[in-house]
Design a protein around this ligand. Structure first.
Ligand code: GDP
Length: 437
């Protein structure tokens, strides 16, 4: 059974499309108490199949206190869980709005396929106004008229095609897999480490066609958890003979980082952290990824804990604003520290997908800015009204304020540091500011 969710800001025409799709059939309101009062469910027949349609805007309460964006994002979150495919609706008559852009940004990160429909294209005239919607960064725009019924057949056909494509893909990649990019300079021991990880008798391993073209990924099951190591062809070899062709390619590493949740950056203890490594870290942070720094060849180093402490402290100094990143030491040669790697990958992933309730966030933050206020802006106070978490992977927070552009960098950093204390010990966070007067 296939479920399609309609999402978008209020008044783009979700209900009109919903009503047209389910025709005279009655909308079913889910009876689960307290859970689904904000969504309408309807069924439609489509070429012998029964499709469920969710209208997320159904009973959106006119709530003055909460800004529209978080409301819509909450709707999206719920719809995404239930839907196989999402139709994101915008409105040609109002044109592209900043809220549309934010919704799209959010939707882009889901694993579910998204179609972008521009509604109220009732005639030739509106077709000319479509081009601005490509700013959403989508490959294709689907012009429709929910009232007149234009473009709807094509839209639903495409939605179904995407769902069946998704089903074939899902058989290959378990959706719960923690995706990891193992990167590092040549000879730090990437293949040695990787072969250790897959060689562990507790792990179950299979190679699958890669996430990116012409590559191979490895799925590894360890202690009931599934990991997807991306682009592993160069790491999996039985012999220790290296071909010169397998040179470390930075471009390849960056691509892997972009497509995964966690960057496992491998260093070797004698050489330590290099400028190249710092660049990789900065790139991963800019992409909103988790980073785990693993120092290999620890068997070559002095065994005292004092040495280890100082060594790690040195690395942290080099990391500057990212000094919260986890650093662990291993020896691929001796097989030491492998468990730690899995434990830390799990911790990182938990933080990466952690959601803090708006109530908890505001209580925490109110206390903070009760004590430390931002400086005045042109003699007027900067007010921070409200904070909400709008996303995970990475956890992303929005603060509504009267002067978003006036908040000094060091105050932003201060706020981020405070947010880290809410259970985000090791991962980069994203904090955005939106205007509200
Ligand atoms: P890659 O280029 O990052 O894949 O590195 P390799 O896995 O090919 O390892 C490079 C060299 O480092 C090889 O000679 C390995 O035997 C050696 N090596 C790898 N891990 C360790 C380790 O934990 N300790 C020591 N002493 N040598 C290691």
């Amino acid at each position: 059974k296939i479920t399609i969710a309609l999402v978008g800001r209020p008044n783009v025409g979700k209900s009109s499309l919903f009503n047209r799709l389910i025709k005279k059939r009655k909308a079913i309101v889910d009876a689960t108490p307290g859970v689904t009062r904000d969504r309408l469910y309807g069924e439609m027949e489509w070429e012998g199949k029964t499709l469920t349609i969710i209208d997320t805007g159904g009973f959106l309460p006119p709530d003055e206190a909460t800004p529209i964006l978080p409301q819509v994002i909450i709707q999206c979150q719920k719809a995404i869980v239930e839907a196989d495919v999402i139709i994101f609706m915008t409105d040609v008559r109002t044109g592209l709005t900043p809220i549309d852009v934010e919704i799209m940004k959010y939707l882009r990160k889901t694993q579910k396929p998204v179609l972008c429909a521009v509604n109220k294209v009732d005639g030739e005239k509106q077709l000319q106004d479509l081009s601005e919607f490509y700013a959403l960064g989508v490959e294709k725009i689907w012009p429709i008229s929910a009232i007149h019924g234009h473009g709807i057949y094509e839209l639903i056909e495409e939605a179904l095609t995407l769902v069946s494509a998704e089903e074939t893909k899902e058989e290959k990649i378990p959706s719960m897999a923690i995706k990891v990019a193992l990167v590092g300079r040549p000879n730090v021991g990437k293949s040695s480490l990787f072969n250790r990880l897959v060689g562990d008798e507790r792990s179950v391993v299979s190679d699958i066609p890669g996430t990116t073209r012409d590559t191979i990924d490895t799925i590894l099951k360890y202690d009931d958890k599934t990991y997807l190591f991306m682009d592993t062809a160069g790491l999996r070899r039985k012999t220790r003979i290296k071909t010169r062709l397998e040179r470390y390619s930075v471009k390849r590493a960056l691509k892997a980082i972009k497509h995964t949740d966690i960057t496992l950056l491998l260093l070797e203890a004698p050489e330590g952290i290099t400028d190249q490594d710092i660049k990789i870290i900065n790139y991963a942070i800019a992409c909103g990824k988790c980073i785990l720094i693993v120092v290999n060849k620890w068997d070559l180093m002095p065994t005292t804990s004092k040495f280890k402490r100082e060594y790690i402290e040195n690395i942290r100094q080099r990391l500057r604003f990212a000094s919260f990143l986890p650093v662990i030491t291993v020896s691929a040669l001796k097989g030491e520290g492998l468990k730690q790697i899995f434990a830390m990958l799990n911790t990182l992933y938990q933080e990466y997908t952690l959601r803090i309730s708006t109530g908890q966030l505001n209580r925490f933050v109110e206390e903070i800015w009760g004590k430390y206020q931002p400086p005045l802006y042109q003699n007027r106070p900067i007010k921070l009204y409200y904070i909400t978490q709008v996303d995970i992977k990475p956890p992303t927070f929005v603060i509504f304020t009267n002067y978003p552009q006036a908040i000094p960098e060091n105050y932003k950093r201060f706020l981020v540091n405070q947010l880290h204390q809410l259970g985000f010990k090791y991962i980069p966070l994203k904090l955005l500011f939106r205007e509200r007067r």
